[in-house]
Design a protein around this ligand. Structure first.
Ligand code: HEC
Ligand code: HEC
Ligand code: HEC
Ligand code: HEC
Ligand code: HEC
Length: 480
């Protein structure tokens, strides 16, 4: 009879005689406790640092697995002067055929099973937590800090700041999961070798069709109604005059409990299918729009459109991101950014000409966010101490507040390191610069019988007030 301890001894002797196994064993012993403690800390959410996750799942985890494999490679395959092959085929055959040896084999199998189970458990734990790590906002948004800083910053300030990146960028299902991991590996190389483009080019090709991701949470064929849209603006005058624009946006729906599809979300009703041909990569130049109606007829609107960047005409089915291309990475224009800070009180409206001064400072070109912040601080301080010494000296915090508000308006939207300036990324929701809705709704696309896609201002909204100081309509609505 062979004792169990003998087997362990053989095992250990085998390891100690094989260089490969020995190296593997040392590495395993060192990484195992660290890995175990670290992944438990991560699972319990005690350490919340994206680099921590990176070290556990991208460095220690694979190292542990490789070293385990090394131990076994050493035991099985290496033979020669120093290397052993204790589990070789000949060895196992001998054990199985000699009847009195069978007990040893059983123990061996027992040992192997126990070790494998333990390893599987650890590997399972690492894969599980590792999988969650690669799906986390920290991994997507913070790890490659410089590269993702613009998207992450804009995301943090958006309505989707609690929706994980992967919900929109990957969605459910194995096929997209695999695609995303392959693309992820490519991106890691692009970052490592600094070959990624600055700014990151959009539209993103290979983004999962929006209908499969957005509709996990939003169902425009099930929501309806008009929406009051209020836009606050401040003039660059001494008083920073506050104006408001009020629209009733015909958000509509793709049909709702008996109502037909209508308004803006009419485009995404199940029965309407719109495809369009664009002659540039940005999808701004549209040469043809095809509408398939429920009764099977097709309406084709065309417009002579030259390709501006040499791309060939590409056909695309219209979906959510043809309007909502910036649902979460929302970069504002200089005016919008400042107006937002002014209306929130982050920049005090009581400072004379603050909008004008701020606008002039944030639209300059800077080499970095640091430089911009420094210039904004020194310039604002200098100007107001010179022009309004009494006001400023009586209320020092006012100036500090204005400075940090203006700095935020800049740093939330402009990222010189990634070559993202004001208006680098277009927002299609609306019709700024005749883009967005007006790519199609320009009355320039015609059917053979001369019909066009409406540009009538009342198609999409009712303008209740435009750039008015305390508009009547808001007073009425608020019962004043
Ligand atoms: C609500 C859905 C949504 C979420 C959440 C989201 N994204 Fe996006 N993302 C988009 C859409 C839509 C685009 C634009 C696609 C296009 O124009 O082709 C985009 C574009 C991007 C781009 C290309 C550059 C740009 O600014 O357009 C990057 C990089 C990016 N996202 C990274 C991230 C990261 C990192 C996170 C998490 C911190 C994230 N995204 C979260 C929907 C989302
Ligand atoms: C995992 C769920 C989820 C996914 C996926 C998702 N959203 Fe959202 N969306 C939300 C939540 C949560 C809000 C915020 C609701 C609130 O604050 O009232 C929101 C808000 C919005 C709003 C309103 C924003 C505003 O200004 O009030 C729009 C528009 C929107 N989402 C569009 C999209 C689009 C387009 C996509 C696909 C690219 C998408 N969402 C994907 C959960 C999601
Ligand atoms: C033709 C352009 C267009 C398309 C296509 C479109 N939307 Fe919208 N959507 C809008 C506009 C415009 C608004 C109102 C804008 C605002 O709230 O500032 C809006 C509002 C919304 C809102 C907020 C509703 C509310 O009551 O506040 C959600 C959520 C939304 N859309 C989701 C989607 C989803 C999901 C899809 C794709 C299935 C989609 N939209 C397709 C233009 C569009
Ligand atoms: C890719 C082209 C395209 C884009 C971009 C587009 N539309 Fe449309 N839209 C159409 C077509 C085509 C029709 C149908 C015109 C017709 O039947 O005469 C339409 C019709 C409409 C209608 C009338 C729906 C009804 O009840 O019959 C509204 C409202 C509308 N669009 C709003 C918008 C808004 C808002 C945007 C931008 C956020 C937008 N559209 C962007 C192609 C587009
Ligand atoms: C195809 C639909 C469509 C048509 C046609 C249209 N608009 Fe708009 N318009 C929008 C949408 C959508 C928004 C809201 C954008 C947003 O959510 O930021 C908007 C916003 C606006 C705003 C507010 C912009 C701001 O300051 O934030 C004004 C003003 C405006 N439209 C004027 C007009 C006028 C004038 C016309 C007629 C020449 C017109 N629009 C035609 C869809 C349309």
């Amino acid at each position: 009879m062979v004792k169990f301890t003998d087997i362990i001894n053989t095992f250990i002797r085998g390891i100690s005689r094989s260089k490969v196994s020995l190296m593997g064993a040392v590495l395993t012993t060192v990484t195992f406790p660290i890995l175990l403690v670290a992944s438990v800390l991560d699972l319990m959410g005690i350490v919340q640092n994206p680099y921590f996750g990176f070290i556990i799942y991208m460095v220690l985890g694979p190292l542990f697995m490789v070293s385990l494999v090394l131990v076994f490679i050493g035991l099985f395959f290496f033979k020669g002067k120093e290397e052993v092959g204790i589990f070789t085929y000949e060895y196992l055959k001998e054990q199985f055929t000699a009847p009195n040896r069978f007990a040893k084999v059983r123990k061996l199998i027992f040992l192997a099973t126990a070790l494998t189970l333990l390893n599987l458990f650890i590997l399972g734990l690492i894969s599980y937590t590792g999988y969650h790590y690669t799906e986390s906002v920290g991994f997507c948004g913070q790890l490659c800090h410089k590269v993702m800083a613009p998207e992450y910053t804009a995301y943090k300030n958006s309505p989707h700041s609690r929706v994980r990146c992967v919900e929109c960028h990957i969605g459910q299902g194995a096929q997209w999961f695999v695609k995303s991991k392959i693309s992820g590996v490519r991106q890691i190389f692009a970052v490592a070798f600094n070959t990624y483009s600055k700014p990151i080019q959009t539209p993103i090709h290979g983004l999962r069709p929006a209908r499969e991701t957005c509709e996990e949470c939003h169902r425009p064929e099930l929501f309806q109604g008009d929406k009051l849209y209020i836009r606050d603006k401040f003039l660059p005058d001494e008083k920073n005059t506050h104006l408001q624009t009020v629209l009733l946006l015909k958000v509509g729906s793709g049909g709702y409990q008996g109502t037909n599809a209508h308004g803006i979300h009419w485009h995404v009703a199940p029965e309407n299918k719109i495809t369009y041909t664009h002659t540039d990569t940005a999808r701004e130049k549209i040469s043809e729009v095809r509408l398939s109606k429920p009764d099977g007829t097709e309406v084709v609107f065309t417009k002579a459109t030259e390709s501006t960047d040499g791309s060939e005409g590409k056909v695309r089915s219209m979906d959510c991101i043809d309007c909502h291309n910036r649902p979460t990475h929302i970069y504002l224009s200089p005016d919008e950014a400042l107006d937002q800070k002014l209306v929130q009180g982050d920049i005090p409206v009581s400072l004379p000409y603050i909008k004008k001064n701020a606008l002039e400072l944030i639209t300059r070109t800077y080499a970095s966010q640091e430089e911009a912040k420094n210039t904004i601080a020194t310039e604002i301080r200098a100007r107001y101490r010179r022009d309004y010494p009494r006001l400023v000296n009586n209320n020092m915090p006012l100036l500090g507040k204005a400075i940090s508000g203006i700095q935020a308006a800049y740093t939330e939207n402009v990222f010189p390191e990634m070559k993202i300036e004001w208006n680098t990324y277009r927002n299609f929701l609306g019709h700024k610069n005749d883009s967005g809705c007006f790519r199609c709704h320009d009355e320039g696309h015609e059917t053979t019988s001369g019909e066009t896609i409406s540009m009538d201002c009342d198609t999409c909204h009712v303008i209740l007030a435009e750039d008015e100081a305390s508009p009547e309509v808001l007073k009425t609505l608020r019962g004043k």
